[in-house]
Design a protein around this ligand. Structure first.
Ligand code: KG4
Ligand code: ZN
Length: 364
């Protein structure tokens, strides 16, 4: 709760008058009776302002999201004060849209759930101060949510998955392997020792100036790499997967990033291309990068599955691996993970793409 108090104190709250007008804008008199408890979930931990209303059986009654990707693509990465400002500009509208779509008035809510960690402090602060003010006005319980736990449990909205199961979270800000033993019972098996895979893909895409590529200009870095990789030959470059000898389930992407950076510089010299121009070998580099990351992620996950099975931490015959996060939408990486789950008699489950990335539903 310390982080909650700290963060709440630092950031300006919406004014009382604004909040009153916000609440007054709901004049539902539907006369309907909700049989289940209703939770409003609010997410602002990074670059998505998201909200959703979900009932206790997992029905999604309404949701809304505002993505800041386009702005951050132009500035070449997330600038925290910019993200904070965009959250401030959008949070009221997004919460209002989620409530309107669900046809639930604020007074009908049973609780308000909000991401309190981990994430960018400036971004988290906006969702938190908005929620605390709403909680105060409505006299509703507040449920602080751990962003990673929400990601890990989202699969239970769409699939009947029993505990324990293994989860792999791979995105722009996350990289971890954990055994999920219960709703708030996690055993961390491995994590990135430096940056997350999506962060690395974003950096490589920026270094390759893929935003200038006509087919990739609106895509996130990871998506642009996946798109371009289809046109390239991964065998033209030989990047080694990191940590091949490490006897644990951790990840690392910084060293590989450094090697790729050096290779790009060398290719620029060879091709006589200025930094900021697109290399003719960009698609081959994209294919090799994607392949190396897929190998690394698959190998570390394989170790985690074997470790859990050896120690009877996972079901021997019907173990489940859940993969989520923005990078999990990469079909090449999924295919690599499928090879691992097929070889270990596990079932691979991925939430649908809209639930893989940050959203309000998982928080609610
Ligand atoms: O989960 P997410 O929306 O946000 C967080 O980072 O929490 O993930 C965004 C990340 C970005 O780094 C983006 O480049 C990556 O996911 N990403 C992908 C793909 N689509 C998005 N990476 C690889 N392949 C994709 N198709
Ligand atoms: Zn996330």
């Amino acid at each position: 709760m310390l982080i909650l108090n700290k963060t709440a104190g630092v950031f300006s709250k919406p004014s009382k008058r604004n909040m009153y007008e916000f609440l007054r804008s709901f004049n539902f008199h539907s006369g309907k009776l909700f049989l289940h408890k209703l939770v409003l979930g609010i997410e602002t931990s990074c670059d998505d302002t998201a909200a959703a209303v979900v009932d206790e059986t997992g029905n999604v009654l309404g949701e809304a999201i505002h993505s800041q990707t386009e702005v951050h693509l132009k500035t070449g990465g997330i600038i925290p004060p910019v993200a904070q400002q965009l959250h401030r500009e959008n949070i009221q509208r997004i919460v209002q849209e989620a409530l309107s779509a669900s046809k639930v008035s604020p007074s009908e809510l049973s609780a308000i759930a909000t991401t309190i960690k981990p994430g960018l402090a400036l971004s988290l602060g906006v969702g938190l101060s908005f929620s605390l003010q709403l909680v105060d006005q409505l006299k509703k319980p507040f449920i602080p949510i751990h962003h990673m736990e929400a990601h890990a449990l989202t699969i239970r909205l769409t699939n009947k998955v029993e505990f324990p199961f293994l989860v792999l979270l791979i995105s722009g800000g996350h990289c971890l392997l954990a055994l999920v033993r219960g709703v708030s019972d996690f055993l961390l098996l491995g994590k990135s020792l430096d940056i997350a895979p999506g962060d690395m893909l974003d950096k490589v895409a920026r270094r390759l100036s893929l935003i200038k590529h006509p087919e990739c200009s609106t895509m996130s870095g990871g998506k642009a790499i996946e798109h371009l990789a289809k046109q390239g030959n991964k065998l033209h470059f030989d990047f080694k997967p990191p940590m091949q000898r490490a006897r644990n389930c951790d990840f690392s992407f910084s060293g590989l990033h450094h090697v790729i950076d050096k290779m790009i510089m060398q290719k620029e010299k060879e091709e006589g291309v200025e930094k900021g121009q697109i290399l003719s070998s960009a698609a081959d580099i994209a294919a090799a990068v994607q392949h190396t990351i897929a190998c690394h992620i698959a190998k570390r996950t394989h170790r985690a599955i074997l470790f859990c099975k050896q120690r009877d931490l996972l079901c021997q015959s019907n173990a489940v691996l859940v993969v989520s996060g923005g990078v999990a939408s990469n079909l090449y990486i999924r295919k690599a993970l499928e090879i691992v789950t097929d070889a270990t008699q596990c079932t691979l489950l991925c939430p649908p793409p809209r639930l893989c990335t940050d959203n309000g539903i998982m928080i609610a």
